[in-house]
Design a protein around this ligand. Sequence first.
Ligand code: CDP
Ligand code: MG
Length: 731
Amino acid sequence: MRRAGGNDAKEGKKPWKHGSNGKIQKVSEQLQEQRRNLPIAKGADALIREIKSNDTLVLLGETGSGKTTQVPQYILESGVLGSGMIAVTQPRRVAATSLAARVAAEQGCSVGDRVGYAVRFQEAYGPETKIKFLTDGMLARELLADPLLSKYSVIILDEAHERTLNTDLLMASLKGIQEARKGNTKVPHSGKGKERADNSSCGALKVIIMSATLDAEKFSRFFGNAKIIYVKGRQHPVKIYHTVTGQNDFVDAALRTFFQIHVDQPPGDVLIFLPGQEDIESLEKSISSYASQLPLGKSRVVVCPFYASMPQDKQNKVFSPTTNGQRKCILSTNIAETSITIPGVRYVIDTGVHKEKRHLAGVSGSGFNTLLVCAISKSSAMQRAGRAGREGPGFCYRLYPESAFRDLPDTSEPEIMRCSLASATLRLKCLQRDFFDLELLDKPDGSAINAGMKTLWMLGALDTEGNLTPTGRAMSLFPVEPQQSRALLESRIHGCTREVLAIVAIQSASSKVFYDPGSGSAADSNEPGSRDIERRDQAQAARAKFIHISGDHMTLLNVFRAYEDLLKSSGGDSKSAKAERRDWCNRHFLHERALTEALDIQTQLRRICDTMRGREASFGLSDPNIELDWRSSVAEGPGSTVEAEKVLKCLMTGLVQHGALRSAERGYCPIMDKSKTIKIHPSSTLAGKKFDAIMYDELLFTNSGSTYARCVSAIPTSIISDLSAYRPRST
Ligand code: CDP
Ligand code: MG
């Protein structure tokens, strides 16, 4: 993965770096003053004493009290750390990068120096780094290479109340690691099956669990009644309004509510919670367009979108205060609920929904997650309202009736209880563990655990006894979904690694490559959108030249290649070259950032392929009958049917559970559950067409009861009947 420096470090640098010395002094003094005034500051000394005398602490405090930004710095400044590092985990990448930027600014260093971060496919840290913000998924991956997490002296699991799968798994692992590092037990060493002789050489490990809600006791009990520390926050009263009836179109309701506030209410910024990037982009457009029609003096609205894949350079806008009486309107996903506090907010508009990762019920055991728009919990609704009362009395407008609030569940179900366990099982197997023997806060039931194992078995990653196979170990080296790493491994047999890499890279980018003008939709965001159908048609026409007859996967490859060609013809960093590329992307309704990110991801995945090249034997992957080729492209060249067939064959080894056959009477029936019927999503290039067999990346389950396949390719039926042939070879 990428090391410190490069653009990331630069992007994270303080804006005042280029200013005069006097200005630097002033900004830095301001920051220090803000630090001293945070609610947590008063208890800093006592907190450090507790950290010194306890191995594990649970720290509970209201959002904005200073837990995430201050505790790592207090620890650093107190000298408890020794030669080790502090890891601070976050469920979301944008939180990790943006908090690293803030803490680096407070420390007066650049991101990547004393303070750094690591999120998937993007890192900024170096030998100097002492405080590292990282996603919980990244720390879980670090466990594979270093099962004792020996680099770290302190690990802070932040936002534990969110109960992500990775945070839950880390909690389970950390307990064992603490014991092992005290020398009490042994932790099996990854990969080689050896036991570490000296577990205690890296010293004791301190663990701090941080949470913004009142679930501390459960965490404390899990860690043998660990001490709980409460930080008192500042919270002003928030007046809450509900709508009289439910709203069909929350984007439209949010738009109207915003302008009511903007026109009638005194100054103060507005924070609107929306489920995802599409709704955010759609509302951003409407607000900007209506604002420009307001009479002069009322039109001063600054719209700031804020979501997981926000480019870093745009994040600053969210935090900087507005001038000249402008009103800032922040359109955010859950990220602003507890992870990130945005100053200046006085009004909150709560749509009452968020996106939740779910393992689709109904198509049993098919081993994948999908994001669904779901109602939030009471706890989330209260956190959202709380964001209005950070700096003074505030107002929260819920776009749902009070009765609906009362019907909400108290808290969200932990992710571990509702999502596919395949990827996590593969990692656990590499550490010679599995879900059955793990002590967890909440344990998924046996059928979910078995479904995860079955997926891995179908991918050839586990044998019939549930033991890790060489294929499984090789798959675990790639930081992508098992379905994707399986396809990558298969590609070396068919000589189309370059093509499969490109497709996997584009799918792993943090935002989608296709910009769909009409995708922000109403109350049921899972339903294919109804807005802006005209603009959507326009987008489809502009992208027609990329369409590959076989469907969406090869179409993605064509887009990737077209962008690569463009880079060759108008490469370089000159203003005009950049403008040309931007213009090309706009004309084709493509997100350029997704493409540049995909190029970068491709390079990183390529490196992993290269390290395995020629070492197949050490993975037990060599086969004298098959010529392995990690590098080359399909000899017949781009666009040939041979090429498409080979690439799709590889992808299908990963998507073994995602095939469907068409029956004349019922349409497409998934091979894993033939009693169901699915449709091709309207966003697919194959929408409305009929084929004997298809494969798809994911199913989307709409609230009205339909199931749509997204990212679809037509495949020869023979590929599906061939699939069982893949397994024996790899076990
Ligand atoms: O973790 P917790 O919610 O307790 O608070 P925090 O994230 O440490 O934030 C402490 C303070 O820093 C808040 O008042 C934020 O407004 C401020 N902050 C900021 O102004 N800009 C950032 N990029 C991050 C935090
Ligand atoms: Mg925090």
